[in-house]
Ligand binder design. Structure first.
Ligand code: C5P
Length: 230
């Protein structure tokens, strides 16, 4: 049964500085997105990839990815929020897909195990998200920098991608979210909004979201270990 992977890479990524969005910034001579796509295309279960990119990058991305990589079925333009971008990608997924896997373009260090565990859990539970347990103490801080609350960390998890869903369930979740103008910061939240269960799959600390310049520095150290052939 087929699995479609959607890579939201449609953000403007301004926190990183520079004029190029973070997903296109260079990591050891290649755009960050290159590593993300490489790992996803190495997974035999994934039959197609839909790449979502900002309008400004559309022409270049089409030439760079669509023609050269057969697994990239379509390059589509992103929306205002991440959820809009994923939805735009979802609209292009093959309708006979059994599972849709969503993975942030700016998380190049996912593992094959995370991908297959997410897909397997989505087959069993309908929806699965990768996450890691919180070990630090968590506090709420007000706008003047003073602590207002310590939050019990028992049972708290930091959520990552990949996240995988049965196609039909994600379709239902998007339809409900759209009709109610509901927005979440991940697709798991849309399934919760539907009232359906979401299974946790163990993520990895290495699966960072490259957001700030220091993340890029850390990433440079990961490359020789995780992509020795590049
Ligand atoms: O920073 P954020 O969590 O929003 O980014 C996660 C991923 O979602 C990034 O790969 C980013 O490019 C993508 N995104 C998107 N469309 C947006 C905003 C973010 O595809 N409008």
């Amino acid at each position: 049964m087929s699995v479609c992977a959607i890579i939201p890479a449609g953000g403007s990524g301004t926190r990183m500085g520079g004029i190029v969005p973070k997903q296109f910034q260079s990591l050891n001579g290649k755009p960050i997105l290159y590593y993300t796509i490489k790992t996803l295309q190495n997974c035999e279960t994934i039959s197609e990839i839909i790449l979502v990119i900002p309008e400004k990058e559309y022409k270049t991305a089409n030439a760079d990815w669509l023609g050269k990589l057969k697994i990239v079925k379509k390059v589509v333009i992103g929306g205002e929020k991440r959820q809009d971008s994923v939805y735009n990608g979802f609209c292009e997924a093959s309708q006979d897909s059994e599972i849709v896997l969503v993975h942030d373009g700016v998380r190049p260090f996912l593992s094959q195990k995370m991908i297959t565990d997410s897909i397997d859990a989505a087959r069993e539970y309908g929806a699965a998200i990768t996450a890691i347990p919180v070990h630090d103490t968590i506090k709420r801080v007000d706008t003047s920098g003073l602590v207002s609350q310590t939050i019990d960390r028992e049972g708290l998890w930091r959520v990552q991608t990949p996240q995988a869903f049965r196609y039909s369930l994600l379709l239902e979740a998007f339809n409900k979210a759209k009709s109610e103008n509901f927005y979440g910061t991940d697709e798991g939240a849309l399934i919760e909004h539907l009232g359906e269960p979401v299974k946790i799959v163990e993520g990895l600390e290495q699966n960072i979201k490259i957001t700030r310049p220091e993340d890029l520095e850390l990433s440079k150290a990961f490359i020789p270990m995780l992509f020795p052939d590049t």
